[in-house]
Design a protein around this ligand. Structure first.
Ligand code: F6R
Length: 368
């Protein structure tokens, strides 16, 4: 059932072009410049009346929420707050009837997310679940649910669930943008065209595996890793660090590039690998992230840069370059995540860890 792969996680990483194609199937109305969700039940009036979006999630799903914030704010011009579900429920959150509350969850059963979601519903918000499991508690509790269609995810470390969440949130951002009138038909068509290219791009980026394996071999015994990204690449940095922690048991931190000088720069020495996610995008503050690379190098740190395939500016600065096909800013997180998943996988595998069943972790966290 692992289809020739040693671990489910590896199989699921490689399944992503297919999983993302399944997420997109039947949902993109290219000629109309619109998105179709067969469960959709919100009227234009309701969508126009929303004043705020609150996203609730945990772990990897929370990271997709942070990327989703960029998408929804940019395309639908609605303010988005991304909350850790475990924090939201124990304070006195501000929830109003005009708020759209989105829970993101692979399993649809995570206790913290479900608890926070129910609380938001009780306080009168409209609730939308972005879930991978049909019939799960969250899809039952919500006013509206949208499935990510990744197929069953067995590896404890989430991979295809994350990238299909990103794509689903992008579709949702286009849908909200169209209904709110912040996105024109032509604008939506452009975004949808970008989306159609994602499965191919993932196939392309998966070819970086031999290069990633070389990096994994060089740094498999590192004590710590730092991951840096700006804008929509910030959640990618967080996700890269989480993946590595979970399965390789190497300490890793994800940081927004601009925060490096406010503390973590003190950690950098010649033993510290720093993964810098730097596709050439305006929202990613490319020049600034290149500045980060220079700061790391000046302190002897080792730089592993994730760069666009045609980037000839930064490649001379980094110790290792992993190239990814150039995507638009809001979709680059999907593409840039793939090498980080592979890095975590190969480091863990080389260290002889139980990749699919990492210590102390469970696939679905149904306790608070
Ligand atoms: C990380 C991971 C966890 C989950 C988190 C939320 O690889 O799998 O961080 O993302 O426990 O789970 P769901 O998405 O099922 O609510």
């Amino acid at each position: 059932e692992k289809g020739g792969y040693k671990h489910f996680m590896h199989k699921e990483i490689w399944e992503q072009p297919r999983a993302i194609a399944d997420t997109l199937r039947g949902r993109m109305l290219l000629t109309e410049g619109d998105v179709h969700f067969d469960t959709w039940n919100l009227s234009q009036e309701q969508v126009k009346s929303f004043t705020k979006v609150t996203i609730l999630a945990c772990g990897t799903s929370w990271h997709s929420g942070v990327a989703g914030k960029h998408m929804i704010e940019s395309l639908a011009r609605l303010p988005v707050e991304v909350e850790l579900a475990s924090e939201f429920r124990y304070r006195d959150p501000i929830v109003e009837k005009s708020h759209l509350v989105i829970a993101i969850s692979q399993s649809g059963e995570t206790a913290d997310t479900l608890g926070a979601f129910k609380e938001a519903k009780r306080l009168g918000a409209h609730t939308l679940a972005v879930c991978n499991v049909i019939g799960s508690a969250m899809t039952r509790e919500s006013d509206l649910h949208i499935l990510t269609n990744a197929g069953p995810e067995i590896g404890v470390a989430s991979t295809k669930a994350f990238t299909t969440q990103l794509v689903t949130l992008y579709l949702l951002a286009v849908k909200l943008g169209r209904m709110r009138g912040t996105l024109s038909v032509e604008g939506a068509q452009e975004h949808l065209t970008h989306l159609t290219q994602v499965p191919k791009m993932i196939e392309e980026v998966l070819k970086c595996e031999p290069q990633v394996k070389r990096v994994a071999r060089e740094f498999m015994n590192a004590q710590d890793f730092l991951f840096l990204g700006r804008g929509p690449m910030h959640p990618v940095a967080l996700e890269g660090a989480l993946k590595l922690k979970e399965i390789s048991y190497i300490h890793a931190e994800g940081y927004a590039g601009g925060e490096m000088k406010h503390g973590p720069i003190a950690l950098i020495d010649e033993k510290m690998p720093v993964v810098v996610i730097a596709p050439k995008q305006p929202h990613v503050a490319y020049e600034k992230i290149i500045g980060n690379i220079e700061e790391v190098r000046a302190r002897g740190g080792k730089v592993i840069a994730i760069l666009d395939e045609d980037d000839t500016q930064a490649d001379t600065l980094a110790d290792h370059v992993i190239r990814i096909p150039a995507a638009c800013a809001l979709l680059a997180p999907v593409v840039a995540t793939i090498p980080l998943q592979l890095l975590a996988y190969h480091v863990a595998e080389m260290r002889g860890n139980d990749v699919d069943q990492p210590r102390n972790l469970a696939k679905s966290v149904t306790v608070e």
